[in-house]
Design a protein around this ligand. Structure first.
Ligand SMILES: [Zn+2]
Length: 686
């Protein structure tokens, strides 16, 4: 049973503290700037109000057992505020130079974006930095804005800016020392290049320390304020990254969309994964603090116009322990297959295995318990790792569980069996003689994979032996239309309903063939019946399809949303199971498929040793003339199935190679040893 999360003293008052902190610093600024100096005349006659957004807290993310996955951590940034900087260019330089000096004394270097290396006059463009498209475009835009020709040399640009930014006097003499001048140019370049404006403050420094903060405040630096905000912290680094996702600034191509939804320009939003999928739940409502300023830009008063409202916490259906284990086991197996393939010296024997997917879902609810994609990445070091991740040929950023689509191979034969049984073309006892070559058609005669054929088989034997001949025959008897009717009910080639982006793949058939201007021929039906032709599905679809069969026909909407709680953890809304459709199945059909999968488990070299009652089916899907993907689907336990799993290993040579991580994941879930036996009873504590 889930424990209700207790009222959490840690989280509730944070935004209150935050609001109080803003007021505290405003008061400090007022003290310094008004009482601390007599340079300004205390005139109150000309005040104006300035609204500052108070960032609300984003909801946190937990796993199904309440393990924290993403939390909020506080930080303070030093912001440069356009409205409180003097408009006159020389005064502005003076204010910025003072600020630069104070920060330099604190050992802080401000963040600037000018792609120039070296110190004047020994400077050159930073070609490495300009390889970045954003940096390149920023420079181009800046030059256009300043009416400087696009092919300007670095030194010439610098000298032009000395003039434009009024950093030299009438006689052309430099006003500031070289270091300050250099920083001023870089800063002013950055401000212009990032559209610095009243509604777009610039972040000079992130995560500032108390010494810097105090120095800035006590030296009466104008034009800056300390922004208290929080950042997202990944609690279990490197696990479930493909599910959790990232937050960040609004992407340039989605600014209009977010602005129309009431977001401020500098909002932090969910970019992918659960952070994006549950944006509307996680997002809080920002508050507004009003600063009253006199005609010199000094803050003389402030008040809260709107309190921020924190977002809600999201509990995912994922079990982070299971997820970690699935990721570990999948990675281990991929490496093992590659090593064994290399050691065998036989070409195309798994040595190219480098990636895969493993999914675990609840057969009874559609809740997704784990989505392991290998290779993967670590959200907590994403920015630093990004260049390597983006250029890695194994594509670690690609979520193979949902975006990857794979030929199901023989794991599809279960769907063919369902269609043939439900349309009464066969019964579970129907026997067919496999003589190796299927000779029904004169012009197309595919063969069984086993040379010499399997001889006489019933359905259980045929699933167990994965006999192609049997499925050519029952596929032909059933026909592609009826096969597809049942495949669609089982969710093959359909969206699983999961809240994350997925590729729904392709269900082979005349309809798809027509869409690519080709004609479906009878031979295609034979190929489709054994999971080939155009069939291609994402790994979660495979789990969902097996769930739908073994749970009696309910195709549950796949989901990663377990429940939603208030930020304080008090109220909760459970996301109950939803049925997308009910597949026409009867007991006879369900039993026949399950028996076939049990037989398959018993006959397969890599699953037969496992003692826990389960059903499995392997698939070996040809991806090119030489490479095969390893595919396996499974459910457990045999009676009253609770979980369904799928595993795909790219270039894994043979379906049998996908078994180990699936069996070990089942063992982890049910608390068994690696052979599927109960663990020795634990001694009671004390
Ligand atoms: Zn056969």
């Amino acid at each position: 049973m889930q424990k209700k999360r207790k009222f959490n003293l840690r989280t509730v008052p944070l935004y209150v503290i935050f609001a109080a902190a803003v007021v505290f610093f405003v008061i400090k600024l007022v003290n310094i700037q008004i009482t601390g100096t007599d340079r300004y005349v205390k005139t109150m006659s000309l005040t104006h109000e300035r609204e500052v957004t108070v960032q609300s807290l984003r909801g946190e993310i937990y796993d199904r057992n309440g393990v924290c996955l993403v939390k909020n951590e506080y930080s303070e940034s030093l912001m440069l505020d356009h409205a409180s900087l003097p408009a006159a260019v020389d005064e502005k330089n003076e204010v910025l130079a003072r600020l630069i000096g104070v920060l330099r004394d604190c050992g802080q270097e401000i963040t600037t974006l000018m792609p120039v290396r070296g110190t004047y006059p020994h400077i050159e463009y930073d070609e490495e930095a300009l390889k970045n498209v954003t940096a390149k475009n920023r420079l181009a835009r800046f030059l256009l804005y300043h009416n400087i020709r696009s092919d300007v040399g670095c030194l010439e640009l610098y000298e032009q800016l000395l003039e434009d930014f009024a950093l030299t006097d009438d006689r052309g003499e430099h006003i500031y020392d070289t270091e300050t001048e250099d920083q001023l140019i870089r800063l002013r370049y950055t401000l212009d290049a990032t559209d610095f404006a009243d509604d777009n403050p610039y972040r000079l420094l992130s995560d500032i320390d108390l010494i810097t903060e105090t120095a800035v405040l006590e030296n009466g630096c104008k034009g800056v304020y300390v922004k208290k905000e929080y950042k997202r912290v990944i609690c279990v680094p490197g696990v479930g990254s493909n599910i959790i996702g990232r937050t960040g600034k609004i992407p340039a191509d989605r600014v209009d969309e977010f602005l129309s939804r009431g977001y401020p320009y500098d909002a932090v939003v969910g970019l992918d994964g659960a952070e994006a999928a549950f944006e509307d739940i996680l997002r809080g409502e920002d508050g507004i603090t009003v600063f009253v300023e006199d005609s010199y830009g000094n803050v003389v008063d402030s008040y809260v116009k709107k309190e921020p409202v924190p977002g809600k916490n999201v509990y995912l259906t994922i079990d982070i322990g299971l997820q970690a284990e699935a990721e570990r086991l999948l990675g281990e197996q991929v490496k093992k297959i590659a090593a064994q393939g290399r050691a065998s010296g036989i070409p195309d024997n798994g040595e190219k295995a480098d990636s895969g997917a493993l999914t675990v879902m609840s057969s009874k609810t559609g809740q997704v318990l784990a989505l392991a994609s290998y290779p993967t990445y670590d959200l907590s070091t994403f920015s630093e790792d990004y260049p390597d991740l983006a250029s890695d040929p194994a594509k670690p950023l690609f979520d193979r569980c949902l975006s990857g689509t794979y030929q199901p191979g023989s794991t599809f034969k279960l769907a063919t069996a369902v269609a043939a049984l439900m349309s009464r073309k066969i019964t579970p006892d129907t026997e067919i003689y496999d003589s190796w070559r299927y000779e029904y058609y004169k012009d197309y005669q595919p063969t069984c994979w086993r040379s010499g054929g399997h001889g006489l088989l019933n359905l259980t034997d045929a699933i167990g032996a994965s006999c192609n001949y049997y499925f050519y025959e029952i596929g032909r008897l059933t026909g592609i239309e009826t096969m597809n009717k049942y495949c669609t009910m089982l969710g093959l080639g359909e969206y699983t309903g999961i809240e994350l982006p997925e590729n729904k793949g392709i269900l082979a058939g005349p309809e798809y063939k027509q869409s690519i201007n080709k004609v479906w021929v009878p031979g295609d039906t034979l190929q489709a019946a054994i999971g080939q032709s155009d069939n291609s599905f994402n790994p979660l679809q495979l789990s969902s399809y097996i769930s739908t069969i073994v749970n009696g026909g309910n195709r549950y909407k796949a989901t990663v949303l377990y429940k939603v709680c208030n930020y304080s953890g008090s109220e909760e809304e459970i996301n109950g199971p939803q049925i997308l459709n009910t597949a026409e199945l009867n007991e006879m059909t369900i039993d026949a498929v399950k028996r076939g999968m049990r037989r398959s488990k018993e006959l397969t070299s890599t699953t037969k040793y496992y003692n826990y009652p389960i059903g499995t089916k392997t698939g070996t899907a040809q991806t090119s003339k030489t490479n095969n993907n390893a595919v396996l689907v499974a459910f457990a336990p045999y009676n009253d199935p609770e979980i369904t799993l799928s595993c795909v290993i790219e270039n894994g040579a043979s379906g049998v190679n996908a078994a180990a991580p699936v069996l070990k994941t089942i063992s982890y879930y049910f608390g068994l040893d690696e052979n599927g036996n109960p663990l020795p009873a634990q001694n009671e504590e004390n």
